[in-house]
Design a binder for this molecule. Structure first.
Ligand SMILES: Cc1cc2nc3c(=O)[nH]c(=O)nc-3n(C[C@H](O)[C@H](O)[C@H](O)COP(=O)(O)O)c2cc1C
Length: 296
């Protein structure tokens, strides 16, 4: 069980509330080359069926993370997957090289799909349209290839579920040498307060997450898993062990918990323990027995 990027800070802040060592891995808050202030408030908004966020990648920058946070996180004996967001493939390569030199990162998750930031230019996009590298197979391939060429650590490509067809994008990441895929991220979304006529988010638009997107994410994991050989980390709206089981049955190799952590900081561990009980109830000994075992 993994803790999803952006929902558990740098990990160390949650060490008292959550036994980090029980997790399969923690994916850090995404890091950019230089520190970022993030989006104007409000950054979170509830909708009737999901959470909207536009945090805008507020973070301390990669160097400060590697020197100040990573050593403390290592002491908790949890594998650390460093989430990074480069503004170009060259920058992603530079950041991957810094992580390669640092002691203690198990893997890199390339955030290609954050709907709160634009990755480079997209000539045809209308104003306000949220374009990320993971919406384009070529851009995905360029980012993954650049990162992979700078490190021996596994590079995981975090893809957007918010595309017409994930398969060519997933295959592009596979071609470029990704070790695994994370499917997926939030869906670009917007909520407007009718009384004030203003967006409920300071950044105007944001990303929708939580149980509202689970069925959308399970479907995308299921059909992508049939077209790539890479392991898939599935996520989107996992709150209970049974939700995680859905992703495993759809073909995921691992599952991450994001939004549920806001209501219950122990959620990733609670889901993990629930999974163990669930396996025992069905006479299974390994989660791999569930993987792709959907009955059709
Ligand atoms: C407040 C918040 C901030 C997030 N920030 C990031 C981020 O910076 N980078 C990223 O890759 N995903 C980010 N995510 C997306 C989650 O990692 C996850 O992919 C998504 O929310 C779907 O899973 P969930 O429904 O379990 O939250 C964020 C999600 C939330 C709710």
């Amino acid at each position: 069980m993994l803790a999803a990027a952006g929902t558990l800070g740098y990990g160390v802040e949650f060490a008292r509330a959550l036994p980090l060592h029980e997790l399969g891995a923690i994916v850090t808050k995404p890091l950019t080359l230089r520190p970022r202030g993030g989006s104007p408030p409000p950054r979170l908004a509830e909708t009737p069926s999901g959470m909207l966020n536009a945090v805008g990648l507020q973070n301390i920058g990669l160097d400060a993370f590697l020197s100040d946070k990573l050593p403390a996180l290592r002491a908790h004996r949890v594998p650390v997957i460093v989430s990074l967001l480069g503004e170009s493939p060259e920058e992603a390569a530079q950041m991957a090289a810094s992580i390669e030199r640092a002691d203690g990162a198990a893997a890199i998750e390339l955030n290609l799909s954050c709907p709160n930031i634009r990755h480079g230019a997209h000539a045809g996009a209308p104003p306000g349209f949220v374009w990320t590298a993971a919406q384009d197979a070529e851009a995905t391939e360029a980012y993954v290839r650049a990162a992979v060429s700078s490190t021996r650590k596994p590079v995981i490509a975090k893809l957007s579920p918010d595309v017409t067809d994930l398969v060519p994008i997933a295959q592009a990441a596979e071609r470029a040498g990704a070790a695994a895929l994370t499917i997926g991220n939030t869906f670009a979304a917007m909520s407007i307060d009718a009384a004030t006529r203003r967006s409920r988010l300071g950044a105007m638009t944001g990303g929708l997450s939580g149980p509202a997107i689970r069925a959308l994410a399970v479907y995308r994991v299921w059909y992508t898993a049939r077209s790539v050989r890479l392991p898939i980390i599935g996520l989107g709206g996992v709150v209970r062990a049974e939700d995680a089981v859905e992703f495993f049955l759809a073909g995921a190799t691992a599952v991450a918990v994001g939004t549920a952590t806001f209501a219950d900081p122990k959620a990733p561990v609670r889901v993990l323990r629930g999974l163990a009980r669930c396996l025992a109830r069905h006479g299974m000994t390994s989660i791999q027995q569930l993987r792709g075992a959907l009955v059709s």
